[in-house]
Ligand binder design. Structure first.
Ligand SMILES: Cc1cc2nc3c(=O)[nH]c(=O)nc-3n(C[C@H](O)[C@H](O)[C@H](O)COP(=O)(O)OP(=O)(O)OC[C@H]3O[C@@H](n4cnc5c(N)ncnc54)[C@H](O)[C@@H]3O)c2cc1C
Length: 473
């Protein structure tokens, strides 16, 4: 009888773990090698400031984690994962002291947005109501015939446009600002094609799934995946950085949760020169400058509605956010950067000592930036929450290089595994997508389709391809 095939995964980010689970579910013997001392990659939590304050090093808010077709098929709640939903997914304060709130319920959203309520809900509703069909389509490689062609044609008509183009359908500043913040998750300029698609995906997921946080921190998500993997017989070997493929003999398949630059370093000698040249052309996107805070009290928002949401977008009007993203996209540092902020302890008491709070905030900067953005980032928080600085007990800043030092995939502070523009969404990282020029060797990180975010679908699709090829060998 043939022996059980052996698989190895390099990297325990959500995509590496997703790949490992798919392979283990198929009966393969799976080992995961992780460079860091803790599993999870950019889905880890740690005490970064003061004792008792738990901070998410990378991802904090998980619409695509909770709404992922693959992750939502796993019994992760049995392994400690509990999603917490704030009353509203997102708040977006404005300079007049009010905030636009993204309500999960479309009826409430229609009322909240007033003159633009109808347009907003008309745009999102078809995909919100069909999330179960929509999510697998949008979280997979783009070339290929969709299972739901009408739904995807409808999405494509809007999604290929820029955020600026889509925002034209809104008359008021409030809806335009809210959409700009959602679209800016793409790291694209808001006049670039596809920036509208990201805006829609973020907004649709907010209505369909919510923007939940894991109780206890993002680490609980990675730990639940590892817990489930171990019941399937998979093993995670921590503090095991793989420098060369030569160190991994005897595996039938090797899946790499790394980006193209690292793949060349690890496996270059076994890859074809033509494939290496293609990998070298892969472009990384802007980076992030991040700050974690221990706070003496909740953030003193001018607009009280901001307290209803775990995520707050700080940037003001559409034009202000567009200017910030334009700067990062052109290698400049915005004076008033768009800031993404999460305030998990308002909804999860386990994140901080009684009565105290945490906050997580970052802004986009040019890849590899060495500029200290702390003052500019905090000025943006103060703009909408005067007195914020007086609540800070301690802070921890991460430059792009600091982030990369904690997770080698965060090249130059790029948290998406590479720029997500049209070319690199279609051919990510090359036309081969998950496959490489070496038989049995695959890429499975967010540098493959569908790209950045904690959804595990890169790992899922890569592992499915590896299994399909294995069965024909
Ligand atoms: C600051 C920040 C905020 C974010 N916020 C969100 C958010 O709120 N919501 C969201 O959905 N997404 C968010 N993201 C993005 C999300 O975390 C990533 O898209 C996701 O983690 C990518 O998963 P991955 O498995 O491809 O890579 P990673 O999570 O980066 O994991 C890669 C793993 O591979 C390991 N590794 C690398 N090289 C080697 C080697 N040679 N040998 C062994 N191991 C190796 C690394 O140590 C790491 O553990 C954020 C990311 C960051 C950094």
């Amino acid at each position: 009888m043939a022996s059980t095939p052996k698989a190895c995964v390099i990297g325990s980010g959500p995509n590496g773990l997703a790949a490992a689970v798919v392979l283990a579910q198929a009966g393969l013997q799976v080992e995961v090698f992780e460079a860091e001392a803790t599993q999870g990659g950019a889905v880890r939590s740690m005490e970064l400031t003061l004792p008792g304050f738990v901070h998410d090093f990378g991802s904090a808010v998980h619409p695509l984690g909770a709404g992922s077709p693959f992750f939502s098929s796993l019994p992760l709640h049995e392994y400690g994962l509990k999603w917490i939903h704030s009353p509203a997914p997102l708040a977006h304060p404005l300079d007049d002291g009010t905030a636009v709130v993204l309500e999960r319920d479309l009826g409430a959203m229609k009322t909240a947005l007033g003159e633009d309520g109808q347009s907003w809900c008309g745009l999102m509703r078809p995909f919100v109501e069909k999330w179960k069909e929509f999510a697998p389509e949008v979280l997979r490689p783009v070339p290929g015939f969709p299972k739901h062609p009408w739904l995807m044609a409808h999405f494509g008509v809007n999604a290929l446009r820029s955020a600026k183009g889509i925002a034209r359908r809104f008359h008021g500043e409030r809806a335009r600002a809210l959409f700009a913040g959602c679209a800016a998750h793409s790291f694209l300029r808001l006049d670039e094609p596809l920036s509208g698609a990201f805006g829609m995906l973020m907004a649709v997921s907010a209505h369909a799934v919510g923007w939940p946080i894991p109780r206890g921190g993002a680490q609980a998500f990675a730990d639940a995946l590892c817990g489930y993997l171990s019941t399937l017989g998979g093993e995670v070997r921590l503090s095991s950085r793989i420098e060369s493929l030569a160190a991994l003999p005897g595996y039938d398949v090797v899946l790499c949760d790394v980006t193209p630059r690292q793949l060349i370093a690890i496996a270059g000698q076994q890859l074809s020169p033509a494939y290496i040249r293609q990998l070298e052309k892969f472009r990384y996107g802007p980076g992030v400058f991040k700050v974690d805070y221990a706070l003496s009290e909740p953030i003193p928002w001018k607009a009280a509605e901001c307290r209803r949401a775990a995520t707050v977008h700080l940037g003001g009007r559409f034009e202000d956010i567009a200017a910030s993203e334009d700067a990062a996209g052109h290698g400049r540092h915005a004076d008033r950067p768009f800031v993404l902020l999460s305030q998990p302890s308002l909804f999860d008491a386990s994140r901080a000592p009684a009565g105290k709070h945490t906050a997580w905030a970052y802004c986009h900067v040019p890849n590899g930036s060495k500029v200290d953005m702390l003052q500019r980032l905090e000025d943006q928080i103060e703009r909408f929450a005067p007195g914020f600085r007086e609540t800070v007990l301690a802070r921890h800043t991460f430059s792009p290089a600091d982030l990369e030092g904690m997770d080698a995939n965060l090249i130059g502070g790029d948290i998406s595994g590479g720029a997500m523009d049209v070319r690199q969404v279609l051919f990510r990282p090359t036309w081969r997508q998950y496959a490489t020029s070496k038989q049995g060797l695959y890429l499975c990180s967010s540098s493959t389709p569908p790209g950045g975010g904690v959804h595990g679908m890169c790992g899922y699709h890569a592992a499915r391809m590896a299994l399909a090829k294995l069965s024909t060998r």
